[in-house]
Design a protein around this ligand. Sequence first.
Ligand code: G3I
Length: 392
Amino acid sequence: MSKILKLTPRRNFLFGLGSLAAISAVAISRSFNNNQEKKALDNPERDFTVSQKLSLKQRAAQKGLIYGTASTKSYLASDPAYMAAIVENCSMFVPEWEFKWTAGDAMLRPGVDQFDFTAADWIANFAATHKLLLRGHTLVWHESLPQWFKETVNSENAQQLLQKHIQTVVKRYAGKIHSWDVVNEAIEPKDGRDDGLRITPWLESLGTNYIDLAFRLTAEADPKALLFYNDYGLDYDTPKHEAKRTAVLKLLERLKSNGTPIHGLGIQAHLSPGKNKFNPEKLRQFLQDVASLGLKIMITEMDVADQELPRDIELRDRIIAGAYEDYLSVVLEESAVIAVITWGLSDRYSWLSEFQPRSDKAAVRPLPFDAQMRRKLVWNAIARAFDNAQRR
Ligand code: G3I
């Protein structure tokens, strides 16, 4: 996910004054998060207490829901305590790197005719050993593509390349995968297309039908797996998020009317309180619109970027936990929502440390456990959201 400058209403207005003002607006608005606005994000009286000694997966299961997390072989294999916490708290697992074409120390696709399943098999075995539902993330994305891909793919060979990848990878794990993120982040309105599609090597080499093709190939290779379209930037009351929600809905409507074998939408939910305005009604309506297409919904990569939030840990943790509970209480009202997955279980291993660090160099605090594996208010917020959810 590329770094996005999220426009708040104040930045939006200032940007309308012209480029010079826009530059100064960015400078000004960087400090928009002044004390009274921070205070508005916080409620020192807010109650985050939880009852019963149940894990997150037990609380989710009581309501017919799934709670899961993402991680990697290299984190799990070197950190038994972290692995144990995932097994105790989660009933679903998503590989953060190993089922991509290439990411981190995992190289599923070393060459145009080569596959290296070492890391992916380790993940599949880990999930099976601990009876974790396994998500496949992700088959078709414009990021994490190996260098040879960019040097090789063209309109003549792209279909064969896509077909070989999906048939080889999906068939290998057929019957072991709960759901695949078949296509990831294919919508980008700022690329200027009427259909809102992101301009990617897949679109340029295969045309707009690459999405339908990817779903059909996956369904043929594993008829049991649920097939999802996954994307981010769908959460807030901003022009950018509104445009993205509209374009994603248009895509889903097109796929459904086309008979594409798609079962659900993955909403990544990389939240950023203090940068964007949360409007429960906007989110509720979007969820209802997706559900009205007969699609399931999963929250697939939830975390909270705290760059703009106060350094003070007690205050920051309250604001972050509040963002989780406010968001999940809206999301879990929608009966089509079947799972909540956080993008990591502990601050020790969040992508945000590297990709969205705080300017004051303080450690980020986006997830249910801190870097020392102590539960945080985020854990309580997720627990409360499950406890207050309707049973499915
Ligand atoms: O740690 C290695 C380093 O040793 C090596 O020298 C370097 C060389 O490339 O790679 C480093 O690993 C990087 C890893 O993050 C840890 O920093 C990988 O290159 C990099 O690809 C990896 O980025 C991942 C990113 O997706 C791209 O695959 C992130 O971990 C992962 O959290 C992120 O997850 C994405 C979802 O798949 C889709 N939605 C957005 C989400 C966040 O961007």
